[in-house]
Design a protein around this ligand. Structure first.
Ligand code: SF4
Length: 440
C-alpha cells in the first residue's frame, strides 16, 4: 500500500435491498474514517464481500464471489447473511481474513482496520452528512427494522437475523430527513415485515422535530409523507391496520403503491407455509384498498410448486390471480433452503411441474399487466427520471413502479431531462411491461 495514499476498499454486495443498506452503512463508516472505494480488485487493499444466504443458489453465488475475490485480491472480509454459517465459508476458503454475521458493522470495520489500517488524519468531511449511497442519489432505501417475528416454513431469515428489532421513529425520520435534504426524491421503505414495525417497541414514542412520534406503521408513514419526497412501501403484509395507510395514499401523502409478498393464494398451501396475516381474506382486503384508493398499484410475489401443492391448489392460485387483477407480479419456483422446516414436508413437486405452473401463472399475469398498462395510454402521469441522455431520451418510472423490480417509462423527444427530476409525461404506448411517452 502506498504510504501517502488513503487505503482503498473494494466491495461486492450480493442479495436483497436490505443487504444493500448494510453495505451502504459499512462504506459510510469507512469513508468517514478516510478510506476510499476501489472499483477493481487490483486497486483494493482489502475486499469486503457482503453475502446472501437465503436460497441455496444465493449461497452458491456468494461462495463464487468469495472465491473470485480471493483469487483476484486475496485479502477478503466476508459479511452478510452467509456470515451466520462461517463453517461453510472456512471449509472452502480457510484464508479469508474475517467472517462476520449480518448487521455486524463494527466487526467488519474492525477487520478492515486490521487488514488496511486507516490513515492518521481521517477525512471526516469527505462524507456527506446523509452517508454514502450505493443507489443513485435520487432514491434511497430506508431500513426501518431488522429481523422478523414470523416463522414461514420456507424461510431461514429469523434464524439468520433474529426476531424483529425496530428502529425508533425519531431515528428513522432523522435519517429520512437528511436524505431528502441531500437531494433524495424517493424513499423506499424496507424491512422483513414493514407492517409489523414497532411491535417490539410496544409502539414507544420518540422525539422528532418538535413532537413525539409513535413507532407505529401508520404514524411513521404519515410523518415520512410530510417530508416532500415520494415514499414507497415494500414488504407489507395485509393486516387490517394497513387500511389506514391506504388513506394516506388516497390523500397523496405517500405513493399509492404496495408491495405485498403473498407467495400463494390457496388456504392449504398458505397454512403449510405458515404465512402471517390471514391471507385467505386477502381478496377482501384488496377490494377494500381499491375502494379507498382507486389508483393503488399492488405488486406481489408468488411461489409455484411448494411441497404438497396439488393441481387444485395451482388452479386456485390462477383463479385468484384473475380475480385479484394485481398490477405487478413475480413468480418463482420453490427452492428448498437448507435449514428451513419446509424441507421436511411431504409430496415435493417435480421440477418440471413447478416450472410448468410458474409459466402458466406468468402467462395469465402477462395478459393482466398488458391490459392494465394499456389503460394508461392517453393519460398524463408523473414520472421520476432515472437515466437521461443528451438528446432528450430518458428512462423513468411512474408512482406505480419501484426501481429494479417493476416497469419503466421510456421517454423520447422533447427537452433534456436530469435524473431525479419529476416530470409529467403523456403516455402514448404500452406493452406488457413498460410505458412509452413524451414529456408535456
Ligand atoms: S415474513 Fe416469513 S418469509 Fe418474510 S422474513 Fe419473516 S419468516 Fe421469512
Amino acid at each position: 500500500m502506498d504510504e501517502r495514499a488513503a487505503p482503498r476498499v473494494g466491495l461486492v454486495s450480493l442479495g436483497c435491498p436490505k443487504a444493500l443498506v448494510d453495505s451502504e452503512r459499512i462504506m459510510t463508516q469507512l469513508r468517514a474514517e478516510g478510506y476510499e472505494l476501489s472499483k477493481t480488485y487490483q486497486g483494493a487493499d482489502v475486499v469486503i464481500v457482503n453475502t446472501c444466504g437465503f436460497l441455496d443458489s444465493a449461497k452458491a453465488e456468494s461462495l463464487q464471489a468469495i472465491g473470485e475475490a480471493m483469487a483476484e485480491n486475496g485479502k477478503v472480509v466476508v459479511t452478510g447473511c452467509m456470515g451466520a454459517q462461517p463453517e461453510l465459508i472456512r471449509d472452502k476458503f480457510p484464508d479469508v481474513l474475517a467472517i462476520t454475521g449480518p448487521q455486524k458493522y463494527e466487526s467488519v470495520v474492525d477487520a478492515v482496520h486490521k487488514a488496511a489500517p486507516p490513515k492518521h488524519d481521517p477525512y471526516f468531511d469527505l462524507v456527506p452528512p446523509q452517508g454514502l449511497k450505493l443507489t443513485p442519489r435520487h432514491y434511497a432505501y430506508l431500513k426501518i427494522s431488522e429481523g422478523c417475528n414470523n416463522r414461514c416454513s420456507f424461510c431461514i431469515i429469523p434464524q439468520l437475523r433474529g426476531d424483529l428489532v425496530s428502529r425508533s421513529a425519531g431515528d428513522v425520520l432523522r435519517e429520512a430527513e437528511k436524505l431528502v435534504k441531500a437531494g433524495v426524491k424517493e424513499l423506499l421503505v424496507i424491512s422483513q415485515d414493514t407492517s409489523a414495525y414497532g411491535v417490539d417497541l410496544k409502539y414507544a414514542e420518540s422525539q422528532w422535530q418538535d413532537r413525539q412520534v409513535r413507532a407505529k406503521f401508520f404514524d411513521l408513514c404519515r410523518e415520512l409523507g410530510s417530508l416532500g419526497a415520494w415514499v414507497r412501501l415494500h414488504y407489507v403484509y395485509p393486516y387490517p391496520h394497513v387500511d389506514e395507510a391506504i388513506s394516506l395514499m388516497a390523500d397523496g401523502k405517500i405513493l399509492p403503491y404496495l408491495d405485498i409478498p403473498l407467495q400463494h393464494a390457496s388456504p392449504d398451501v398458505l397454512r403449510a407455509m405458515k404465512r402471517p396475516a390471514h391471507q385467505e381474506k386477502t381478496l377482501e382486503r384488496i377490494r377494500r384498498w381499491r375502494e379507498i384508493c382507486p389508483d393503488i398499484t399492488i405488486r406481489s410475489t408468488f411461489i409455484a410448486g411448494f411441497p404438497g401443492e396439488t393441481d387444485a391448489d395451482a388452479a386456485f392460485m390462477l383463479d385468484w390471480l384473475e380475480e385479484a387483477q394485481l398490477d405487478r407480479v413475480g413468480c418463482f419456483t420453490y427452492e428448498p433452503v437448507t435449514g428451513a422446516p419446509a424441507n421436511d414436508l411431504a409430496a415435493p413437486v417435480p421440477e418440471e411441474l413447478k416450472r410448468e405452473r410458474q409459466a402458466r401463472f406468468m402467462e395469465v399475469q402477462a395478459e393482466i399487466s398488458a391490459r392494465k398498462l394499456e389503460a394508461k395510454v392517453g393519460k398524463r402521469l408523473d414520472v421520476i427520471i432515472d437515466e437521461a441522455d443528451a438528446e432528450g431520451g430518458a428512462e423513468g418510472r411512474t408512482k406505480g413502479d419501484a426501481p429494479e423490480i417493476d416497469g419503466t417509462v421510456q421517454i423520447g423527444g422533447g427537452r433534456v431531462l436530469t435524473p431525479g427530476e419529476i416530470v409529467t409525461v403523456e403516455i402514448e404506448d404500452a406493452d406488457e411491461h413498460d410505458l412509452y411517452g413524451v414529456p408535456v
